[in-house]
Design a protein around this ligand. Structure first.
Ligand code: NAD
Ligand code: UDP
Ligand code: UDP
Length: 336
């Protein structure tokens, strides 16, 4: 017919011959804040094939938009409370809402995600012989009576409070990990993540850094919850992702604290945000929520020794990187 011949479309067989990943990696919760940054980093390695399983409760396809359609990437809408059958070498198990307003929204679902979700991922790891990493939390220390918190500290957790679905849920998830390890020989890794911030955090998720930044950019008052002397330590997301990958690739089961030891009261954080973004915005003291831990700061001696890891990005460097993303999403450019 005179038209140029169409090249033959590559058959799946030919494609698989051409592309042989060395490592198939499942990331549950990969459409979320930390998960999507982890996926970005894992995809940089051409030997990795990445599968994300996410129910999009707090995560979004937008966080992964640059990978959708990539031959080494696959996105599955899946709830981890249901069984999942895939063939993988490693599992980064992040699926779980992390912000108090989202994990308290449906606490029974939060418990199911932590307990049944982790059980399913351990069953999967057992069936296929995969190594599995759980993103646990500094919340397992509760309102800590030891400061800063080391991995040996057992915590001070209210079992029946409004935060318990999350912190007791993660404690059971850690127990399941160790029981599968002891009983079935599963290779496990547990990270205890302390407060992490950075681009792609949900603007309206109620966490302190995202609240203060959005408030300062909009020119609204910063809502410091009483008393304002409570402390947190904030880790930039690229440091966190680096720590998670080192933990997965190393040979220590953990638990290992991952976080930035730089400790700030909420009043100090408000002052840093005002200084960097808009000194004119006022601070307003508002009511706090129940069981709010009064202080939190990681002891990261173990991470330094075992993983050779420590955070590189200080708060004053990390906040402007997050500000750029928030301004873009809020549609409010910076006035110089
Ligand atoms: P996030 O809410 O942005 O991400 C969680 C992801 O899990 C979302 O994409 C969500 O849609 C998905 N998800 C939730 N329930 C699910 C379910 N049942 N099935 C499948 N997918 C589900 O939170 P994040 O800040 O990225 O946190 C990631 C992990 O790190 C969580 O396990 C969290 O507990 C842990 N962590 C985070 C922090 C922090 O400061 N961000 C601190 C400690 C621990
Ligand atoms: N599971 C899964 N994917 C798999 C294998 C198991 O989701 O590839 C789930 C399975 O449905 C079960 C859980 O993991 O609910 C625990 O599995 P395990 O084999 O340890 O326990 P059992 O099925 O014997 O109760
Ligand atoms: N916080 C605050 N203003 C806000 C949101 C939170 O002062 O608008 C405080 C909150 O009381 C807590 C700290 O910030 O002491 C961290 O809260 P967040 O919800 O970010 O994380 P988590 O309590 O899980 O550490």
């Amino acid at each position: 017919n005179g038209l140029p011949k169409q090249p033959p479309s590559p058959s799946p067989l030919r494609f698989s011959k051409f592309f042989q990943p060395n490592m198939r990696i499942l990331v549950t919760g990969g459409a979320g804040f930390i998960g999507s940054h982890l996926v970005d980093k894992l995809m940089e390695n051409e030997k990795n094939e990445v599968i994300v399983a996410d129910n999009f409760f707090t995560g979004s396809k937008i966080n992964l938009s640059k990978w959708i359609g990539h031959p080494r990437f696959e996105l599955i809408r899946h709830d981890v409370t249901e069984p999942l059958m895939v063939e993988v070498d490693q599992i980064y198990h992040l699926a779980c809402p992390a912000s108090p307003i989202f994990y308290k929204y449906n606490p029974v679902k939060t418990i199911k995600t932590n307990v049944i979700g982790t059980l399913n991922m351990l069953g999967l790891a057992k069936r296929v012989g995969a190594r599995i990493l759980l993103t646990s939390t500094s919340e397992v220390y509760g309102d800590p009576l030891e400061h800063p918190q080391t991995e040996e500290y057992w915590g001070n957790v209210n079992p029946i409070g409004v935060r318990s679905c999350y912190d007791e849920g993660k404690r059971v998830a850690e127990t399941l990990m160790f029981d599968y390890h002891r009983q079935h020989g599963i290779e496990i890794r547990i990270a205890r993540i302390f407060n992490t911030y950075g681009p792609r955090m949900n603007i309206d998720d109620g966490r302190v850094v995202s609240n203060f930044l959005a408030q300062a950019i909009r020119g609204e008052h910063l809502t410091v919850q009483a008393p304002g002397t409570q402390t947190r330590s904030f880790c930039y997301v690229s440091d966190m992702v680096d720590g998670l990958i080192r933990l997965m690739e190393g040979d220590n089961t953990g638990p290992i604290n991952l976080g930035n030891p730089g400790e700030f009261t909420m009043m100090e954080l408000a002052d840093v945000v005002r200084e960097l973004i808009d000194p004119a915005v006022p601070v307003k003291i508002v009511e706090n929520t129940p069981d709010d831990p009064r202080q939190r700061k990681p002891n990261i001696t173990k991470a330094k020794e075992v993983l050779g890891w420590e955070p590189q990005v200080v708060l004053r460097e990390g906040l402007p990187l997050m500000e750029a993303d928030f301004r873009h999403r809020l549609g409010i450019p910076k006035n110089y």
